[in-house]
Design a protein around this ligand. Structure first.
Ligand SMILES: [Fe+2]
Ligand SMILES: [Fe+2]
Length: 494
């Protein structure tokens, strides 16, 4: 979980900003949401006097009191779909996803938008609070007031509760229309990252890895890609720095599946391609973390080791018995994914005349995702447009030109996630590429409010829209660097 600065300034209450490194804050925030989630669930099972509850209350207390001691006060609030901890936005991680969704839906049902703990908490106070909270009637607009009165009847004044603020325009038609598939996509995306993480961890520890689950997830992803590829393609914008390998494998798989769909692959072949892409870097599970995360240039020996990961991946895949009959396409795909179109790259092939189709597809998806993701040795990545420009320059030598063309058709001339300036002086994010190849330069764009640092406006426009005289209402003038504008692109795709 990453914490990024809030777009809404702190109001009356001014908690001290949380300090510490991003990773520490990330852990604390994750911990808080998870413990709150567990406590809410448990208290719906046991009555308030139950001793079994103490353990969970105390675990929650430990987390919040650490934060209260550090900042003087602790505020947890919901703004649109995000949680803010002392006015810093919490971005959920793979592990945090379920807790985040649960907590957010429970709060929203009860129309509670913010909880503020003003002093260090004790067990009894928290017990009263949590039961008063879960017993609130769903949809009652007076809930914040009722909860305050309940707490006051127990002489508790150091917990403040505020009602949920409904942000205008939040319920726009297009969000609702796509909400279901988008929710399915989000769940699938995070679940797949979690599963690939388990698989890699188990393989690392020479333990049993549940590959069947990966296959099921790949099949679900295919279903979604066939229905509307833009949903999962949008998820690839969520570049999670801490969990690079897992996030990267899922992104590569999404790109590969969308390309496979355009190539007219059958569902069987798409499933094989999806799994191959998910496992393409599995060989890295045998490479020490220090080498994988090394911020400096690798030594010759380290580089040699790195270059072995496709081959080590082949060994691992061949040993995955659960995949049943492993098609040679999959094994070759893993082997080939760093082989360039001119057969440079690694590992050196014996007697090979050309790179396999799976290998060529994954190689394009892999390069693009790696270039557009912040890494420990390159904190500011290439923008989608820069990455495509580099790839286009290197085509013929490095990439299959025809497949690259298909890939560009997929992400557009203005790739998904590009920040663009329109002729109307508005700024927007390329949200969905146009299915019709004639309109590659006229995608769907999500307008961004210039002043709000990353505040989602959710106004979706179609650049093919024209007025009665046939003039386009909007056109892209140029692309902009999101880092210069402090815009968190990923946020708009969540
Ligand atoms: Fe790789
Ligand atoms: Fe890779």
């Amino acid at each position: 979980m990453e914490i990024t600065p809030s777009s809404t300034p702190p109001k009356k209450l001014s908690p001290k900003p949380l300090d510490g490194t991003e990773a520490e804050l990330s852990k604390l925030g994750n911990n808080l949401v998870t413990k709150f989630h567990v406590l809410m669930r448990i208290s719906q099972i046991y009555d308030s006097k139950n001793v079994a509850l103490s353990q969970f209350i105390n675990e929650f207390l430990e987390t919040i009191n650490t934060l209260i001691k550090g900042s003087g006060v602790l505020s947890l609030k919901i703004v649109k779909d995000d949680f803010f901890l002392n006015d810093q936005r919490l971005r959920y991680s793979v592990e945090g996803f379920t807790s985040f969704k649960y907590l957010s839906s429970q709060w929203k049902k009860r129309l509670i938008g913010e909880v503020i703990f003003k002093t260090v908490m004790g067990e009894e106070m928290l017990r009263h609070f949590i039961y008063a909270f879960i017993n609130l009637e769903e949809g009652c607009e007076e809930n914040a007031d009722l909860l305050r009165k309940q707490l006051e009847s127990h002489q508790i004044t150091s917990i403040e509760v505020k009602p949920l603020k409904i942000v205008e325009g939040e319920e726009e038609a297009f969000t609702l229309q796509k909400e279901d598939s988008r929710e399915v996509g989000k769940k699938l995306f995070f679940e797949t990252i979690g599963t690939i993480k388990d698989v890699i961890t188990n393989i690392k520890g020479n333990q049993h890895a549940d590959i069947r689950k990966l296959k099921r997830l790949a099949q679900k992803a295919i279903h979604l890609v066939i229905e509307d590829e833009s949903i999962l393609l949008g998820m690839t914008m969520i570049k999670n720095y801490d969990e690079y390998t897992f996030n990267h494998s899922v992104n590569v798989s999404i790109y590969a599946l969308a390309m496979g769909k355009r190539l007219g692959f059958s569902k069987k072949i798409l499933t094989e391609l999806g799994i191959t892409a998910l496992l393409h870097d599995i060989g890295k599970s045998k490479i020490p973390r220090e080498i994988l995360n090394k911020p400096a240039t690798l030594s010759t020996e380290e580089w040699e080791m790195m270059r072995k990961h496709p081959l080590m991946g082949v060994e691992i895949v061949l040993n995955l018995k659960q995949l049943g009959e492993i098609n040679p396409r999959m094994v070759v795909g893993v082997f080939d994914h760093h082989l360039m179109n001119d057969l440079s790259g690694y590992p050196r092939p014996f007697l090979k005349k050309e790179v396999s189709l799976f290998g060529r597809i994954i190689q394009i998806a892999d390069s693009y995702d790696a270039m557009t993701t912040p890494r420990i040795y390159k904190k500011i990545p290439y923008t989608p447009e820069q990455a495509l420009a580099i790839m286009l320059r290197e085509k013929e030598v490095h990439f299959d030109p025809l497949l690259l063309k298909i890939f560009i058709g997929l992400v557009g001339i203005y790739p998904l996630g590009s920040l663009v300036l329109l002729n109307t002086h508005e700024i927007g994010i390329v949200y969905k590429s146009n299915h019709d190849p004639t309109w590659l330069d006229r995608p769907m764009v999500l307008l961004v409010d210039r002043d709000a640092k990353g505040g989602a406006t959710k106004e979706l426009i179609d650049l093919t829209d024209a007025d009665k005289a046939g003039n386009y209402k909007w056109s892209i003038v140029k692309t902009l660097d999101p880092y210069k504008y402090h815009i968190d692109i990923a946020k708009y795709f969540l």
